[in-house]
Design a protein around this ligand. Structure first.
Ligand SMILES: [Zn+2]
Length: 476
């Protein structure tokens, strides 16, 4: 069975921050796990940029650039950041690419042919910063958008609508069946449907300056949220890749965009007669040092700066192990430094160094001296957690195994044994070596750069390899 993982496509109005890095590292980690298990050809992982926002016009103008220049410069920021973070995606999609326009126009044409799109009057309160219409009930007491604290514009125009209301009961059933995880996020949407019901949604704006044209009415540009969701399909919309849509598709999203991914998107796919994703997983938000993330705080933990200082591996495992995937939680550079010092350099680095040094010293690095060790039971738990998207738990298994193995070595004190060929000493080192092999397999998923160095130290089937430093000391 193929596995297809996606991150949301990111708004280009700001450089990647720790929140977008988190989603992307999580998707990358899952893709690495499945590639290792099934082979690269069975796994696909895409990310990209959402570029058809009306805000782009003013942002480009403010920088004295054309829209095209602005967009490619911003997309390059993301490509550069993901490169520095060791993100190994299969496709980076930009929604201004011709391939996306062509997929979107085809899908919207099909929605129209199915009778699920109609032209109607729209009157509503539009927040230009959200780029969405808000209901009266969503405004604050001053009648403003609660996120942007500006009064929305009253807009009346002809719009194309998608018949979302038609799919209300079907969506309710879908959400009750575990389409959206964690469950608390699904419950929010279930009560929204039960309490307020679903209206048809506007999917176009008349006279918008940029965006993808409505296929049969070019005066209308498709509403950014409608076409942005279709990027997931664009990426595999080629005969040789289409089978990924028929495998297990997992969308990783932030908890703020579940309405789009779990109401509009599945309803459109259902209308189109396309298979649904297996699941949408909504992760929580960060506070930084206990404070809500803001632009200045976000800059304080710029992912590229942290990766340069501690390494991309350390950033990855510190983020994924900071709190349960799906909950809100806190992140700080102190936490990253602590993980680096205690779990990586002091934990894994120290363990590998000690075990390989002793095997070299006592057995001249000859692994064939050692008996066959029993399988490492943690491997199964690690895989189970990965497959359940419990990334935090998978990191725990990895760290626990390191701690247990360090403790076992310290307790056994093999350096005090008078005979290094005694069966219990040989069995100890065989077990320790088997654990290092298991850890190096897990590290290929969690710490891809360090895993290469670890494999180098473990050598081949017969002999230990060269000595390298897994986690160098970092200047405070
Ligand atoms: Zn707003």
């Amino acid at each position: 069975m193929e596995h297809y993982f996606t991150t949301p496509i990111y708004y280009v109005n700001a450089a990647p921050h720790i929140g977008t890095a988190y989603t992307t590292l999580a998707a990358d980690t899952l893709a690495r796990y499945w590639r290792k298990k099934l082979g690269r050809e069975y796994v696909r992982f895409t990310t990209g940029t959402d570029e058809n926002s009306q805000k782009t016009l003013s942002a480009a103008a403010a920088k004295g650039q054309s829209v095209e220049e602005y967009l490619s410069e911003m997309a390059d920021e993301f490509v550069d950041c993901w490169g520095q973070l060791g993100i190994d995606y299969d496709d980076f999609i930009r929604t201004t690419e011709p391939r996306h326009e062509s997929t979107v126009q085809r899908l919207v044409t099909q929605l129209m042919e199915n009778g699920d799109v109609y032209l109607g009057d729209y009157e509503g309160m539009y927040c230009s910063r959200c780029e969405t219409f808000l209901k009266e009930s969503e405004l604050n007491e001053a009648g403003q958008c609660p996120d942007h604290l500006i009064a929305p514009e009253k807009i009346k125009e002809k719009n194309y609508f998608f018949r979302l209301s038609k799919y209300q009961d079907w969506l309710l059933e879908l959400l009750q069946g575990g389409f959206l995880k964690p469950e608390k996020r699904a419950n929010e949407l279930i009560s929204l449907i039960k309490n307020e019901g679903l209206d048809d949604i506007s999917i176009s704006r008349e006279g918008a300056e940029i965006g993808i044209a409505h296929p049969s009415d070019p005066n209308h540009k498709l509403y950014v949220w409608t076409e942005a969701l279709m990027n997931y399909y664009t990426s595999i919309d080629r005969p040789e890749l289409n089978h990924f849509w028929h495998g297990e598709v997992t969308h990783l999203v932030g908890k703020d965009i579940t309405r789009f991914h779990c109401l509009i998107w599945p309803a459109m796919l259902h209308s189109l007669g396309l298979p649904l994703p297996k699941q949408v997983f909504a992760h929580g938000f960060f506070t930084i040092n206990g404070q809500k993330m803001s632009k200045s705080l976000g800059n304080a933990v710029e992912p590229r700066a942290l990766a340069q200082k501690y390494g991309a591996d350390a950033l990855r495992i510190a983020l994924l192990s900071a709190f349960a995937f799906g909950n809100d939680g806190d992140f700080s550079e102190d936490h990253l430094a602590e993980v680096y010092r205690t779990k990586l350099a002091g934990g894994l680095g120290n363990l590998v160094n000690r075990v390989i040094t002793l095997i070299d010293k006592y057995y001249n690095g000859d692994k064939s001296t050692l008996p066959v060790a029993p399988a490492v039971i943690h491997v199964e738990a690690f895989g189970k957690h990965m497959e359940a998207l419990e990334l935090y738990r998978a990191c725990e298994v990895f760290f626990d195994l390191i701690d247990q193995t360090n403790k076992q070595l310290a307790d056994a004190e093999p350096w005090k044994a008078p005979d290094k060929q005694a069966p219990e000493v040989l069995a100890l080192f065989a077990g320790q070596l088997a654990t290092l092999e298991a850890l190096s397999d897990m590290a290929e998923v969690l710490l891809p750069e360090a895993a290469k160095r670890l494999k180098l130290m473990l050598g081949n089937a017969q002999k230990t390899g060269e000595r390298v430093i897994l986690f160098p000391q970092i200047e405070a």
